[in-house]
Write a protein that binds this ligand. Structure first.
Ligand code: SAM
Length: 276
C-alpha cells in the first residue's frame, strides 16, 4: 500500500473513539489526534488500548478515592510505571483525577526526553497533580501509593513494577506485560521431557512470556493479592494483550507461594527479580 494511503488519518468518531468529556486539546498535545483533529490507525490502536485500561482501572480508582475519603486523607496516588509518553497517566487524569479534584498521578519513566515532553504538556494542561519521576522503576521511591499501573513495560520492567507495588504497599495493581525475553533465555538451558514445549525459538519466546505471566500472577497471590487475568483488548489492537489485575486482601498466601516454587522448580526457569 502506498505510504500516503497507509498514513491517511480520519476524523475520530466521537461515539466510538472519544469518550464524553475527553479533552481534544490534550489528545492533540499528545499527538494522538493530529493538529486538525484526525486519527491514524496507530493512534487509534493506542487510544483504544489506553481507554480499555482506563475503563478496567476505574473501579480501583473509585475504591481508592472512597477509602482515602473514609480515613480523611488526601490522595489517592496512582503510579504509572514505564510510562513512555504518559498517555495512560494523562488520560486517567483527564477522565478521573481532574474531575475528582484530588489524588495524584505519578509517572515513572527512564527516558529523559519523554519525561521532559510530558512535564511540559502537564504544565500547559494545568494538570498540577501530575508528577514525573525520571529513572528506573527499581530505583523509584515515593510516599504511599494506592494503585500501580504498568502498560507494556518492557521485559523485566513488569517485575520491577510488582516489586514497586509491594514496596509501596499498593492495594491495586494493573499490569499489561510486554515482550519477555529473560525467561525464554533461561529455558534454552533447561533439558528434560518438558523442554519439548519450548524446543523451537518461537515456542520458547511464547512459552517464556506465558510462564513469566503465570509466575507473576502467583507471586502477587503469594503476597496476599486476589488476582484476575483477562485480555485487555481484541488482538487487533495489540499482541501484548494479557491484563493482570490484582487487589490485595491479605498479607500473604503460603499456598500460592508453594505453587510458585513448585512451578519454577519443575520448569527450571523464573523471573530473577521475583524471589521470596
Ligand atoms: C513499550 S513502552 C510503553 C509506554 C507506555 N506505558 C505506553 O503503553 O504507551 C515502555 C516504556 O517503559 C520504559 N522503561 C522500560 N524499562 C524501564 C524501567 N526499568 N524503568 C523505567 N522505565 C522503563 C521505556 O523507556 C519505555 O518508554
Amino acid at each position: 500500500m502506498p505510504a500516503k494511503l497507509a498514513q491517511k488519518s480520519h476524523k475520530p468518531d466521537p461515539v466510538s473513539d472519544l469518550w464524553p468529556g475527553q479533552s481534544v486539546a490534550l489528545l492533540k498535545a499528545l499527538h494522538i489526534l493530529t493538529h486538525n483533529g484526525g486519527l491514524n490507525a496507530d493512534s487509534r490502536r493506542k487510544l483504544k488500548q489506553v481507554q480499555h485500561l482506563a475503563r478496567l482501572v476505574k473501579p480501583a480508582i473509585d475504591a481508592a478515592l472512597a477509602e482515602r475519603d473514609l480515613k480523611g486523607e488526601e490522595g489517592p496516588v496512582l503510579a504509572d510505571l514505564g510510562a513512555g509518553k504518559s498517555y495512560l497517566g494523562f488520560i486517567l487524569y483527564d477522565l478521573y483525577f481532574g474531575p475528582a479534584g484530588r489524588g495524584r498521578v505519578v509517572a515513572v519513566e527512564s527516558r529523559s526526553e519523554l519525561v521532559a515532553t510530558a512535564r511540559k504538556i502537564a504544565a500547559e494542561s494545568g494538570f498540577d497533580r501530575m508528577d514525573f519521576v525520571e529513572g528506573t522503576i527499581a530505583r523509584a521511591a515515593m510516599g504511599a501509593v494506592d494503585i500501580v499501573t504498568a502498560l507494556h513495560a518492557c521485559d523485566t520492567a513488569s517485575d520491577e513494577a510488582i516489586l514497586f507495588a509491594l514496596k509501596h504497599e499498593a492495594k491495586y495493581v494493573a499490569l499489561v506485560p510486554c515482550c519477555q525475553a529473560e525467561v525464554a533465555k533461561e529455558l534454552e538451558e533447561v533439558k528434560g521431557p518438558l523442554a519439548q514445549l519450548w524446543r523451537h525459538p518461537i515456542q520458547r519466546r511464547e512459552f517464556g512470556a506465558h510462564l513469566s505471566n503465570v509466575l507473576r500472577a502467583l507471586y502477587l497471590e503469594a503476597h496476599g493479592y486476589r488476582v484476575r487475568v483477562t485480555e485487555l483488548t481484541g488482538l487487533e489492537h495489540s499482541l501484548k494483550n494479557e491484563f493482570i489485575y490484582a487487589e490485595r486482601h491479605q498479607r500473604s498466601n503460603p499456598r500460592a507461594r508453594a505453587e510458585f516454587e513448585k512451578l519454577a522448580a519443575e520448569t527450571g526457569a523464573a523471573p530473577k527479580l521475583l524471589t521470596f
